[in-house]
Design a protein around this ligand. Structure first.
Ligand code: FES
Length: 270
C-alpha cells in the first residue's frame, strides 16, 4: 500500500520525478543566496533566506528519496540499469547528508550576515553532486526506461530473468518453473538459449510471447496485464497475449508467441 503510494499508483503519475524538482530547485536557490551573501553582506538576510531554502529542500529531498527507494526496489536484480540506479541513490543520500550537516552547522550561529566559507564549500559540493545525480537519473529514464509505467502496474515485477537454457527438453517441452511460482495476473521473464521470453498467467492458463515490444523494445514482462492483454510499460501499446496481436498502438507489428502449458504442477514452454 505504502509502496504503491510512493510509486504514484494513486495519482496515475510516478511520484519520484514529480518530487525531485523541489529539492533540486531549493538547494540550488540556497547556493545562489549563499554566494550572494558571501559577496554582499547587505542586505543581511540573504544568509537566513539560504537557510530556509535549504531546510525546505532537505524536507523535499527526504520525501523524494522515499519515492525513489520504492522505484529502485522494483528494478530487476539483473537489469543493466540496476548499478546506475544504485549509484544515483548513493549520490542522492550523500547530498541529503551533506545538506543535513550544512543545516545543522547553520542552526548554531543564526546571527551571521555572511555565509562562512566552509558552509559555502559544503553547499558547492552538495550542489555539484546534485547535477551529477540528476544526469544519472536522466539516463535511467531516457536510456533505460526505468520508472516509466511502473506506477500503472499492480502486480510484482519479475525480480530477475530465469535462465531455462540449462533444462533438457521433455517431449519437446522445456520446464520453466512450478505452477505456484507464477500467480494469476503475474508475469515472468525467462532466457531460453539467449532468447528473452515473457510468460504470463491469466484465468489459470499460461501464455508465452516475445519479451520486447515491437514498438521500441519496451520490456513486456514489466508491463500491466489485464483482460488477456499486456500493456507495454513504455508507451502503452497493447498486445493480446493469446495471439500476439497488437490491439493498440503505437506498435503496429504483432508479437511472436510460443507454446506454453501447465502439466503435473509445472509450467512448460515449447
Ligand atoms: S516500446 Fe512499447 S509501446 Fe513503445
Amino acid at each position: 500500500m505504502l509502496k504503491a503510494f510512493l510509486q504514484g499508483k494513486f495519482f496515475g503519475h510516478p511520484l519520484h520525478p514529480a518530487l525531485v524538482h523541489f529539492p533540486i530547485g531549493l538547494f540550488l536557490l540556497s547556493l545562489i543566496l549563499d554566494i550572494a551573501s558571501y559577496l554582499w553582506t547587505t542586505p543581511n538576510n540573504l544568509f537566513h533566506a539560504a537557510y530556509y531554502a535549504m531546510l525546505f529542500g532537505f524536507i523535499g529531498a527526504a520525501l523524494a528519496a522515499l519515492a525513489g527507494l520504492a522505484d529502485w526496489s522494483d528494478i530487476r536484480l539483473d537489469h543493466p540499469a540496476r548499478k546506475t540506479a544504485t549509484l544515483h541513490m548513493i549520490f542522492n543520500l550523500t547530498v541529503i547528508a551533506l545538506f543535513g550537516i550544512n543545516l545543522f552547522l547553520r542552526s548554531r550561529p543564526p546571527e551571521l550576515a555572511r555565509v562562512p566559507l566552509p558552509f559555502l564549500m559544503l553547499s558547492l559540493v552538495g550542489s555539484g553532486m546534485i547535477l551529477v545525480s540528476g544526469y544519472l537519473g536522466g539516463t535511467l529514464v531516457y536510456d533505460n526506461g526505468i520508472g516509466v509505467g511502473r506506477h500503472r502496474r499492480h502486480t510484482n515485477t519479475p525480480r530477475r530473468t530465469l535462465d531455462v537454457s540449462i533444462f533438457e527438453r521433455q517431449d519437446g517441452w522445456v520446464p520453466v518453473c512450478n505452477t505456484e511460482d507464477l500467480q494469476d495476473g503475474e508475469t515472468l521473464r525467462i532466457d531460453w538459449n539467449g532468447t528473452l521470453i515473457a510468460i504470463a498467467k491469466q484465468g489459470g492458463k499460461v501464455y508465452a510471447f516475445q519479451e520486447f515490444c515491437t514498438h521500441r523494445y519496451g520490456p513486456l514482462s514489466e508491463g500491466k496485464l489485464y483482460d488477456h492483454q499486456i500493456e507495454c510499460p513504455w508507451h502503452c501499446s497493447c498486445f493480446d497475449i493469446r495471439t500476439g496481436k497488437a490491439v493498440e498502438g503505437p506498435a503496429k507489428v504483432d508479437l511472436k508467441t510460443y507454446s506454453a502449458m501447465i502439466r503435473a504442477g509445472k509450467i512448460f514452454i515449447g
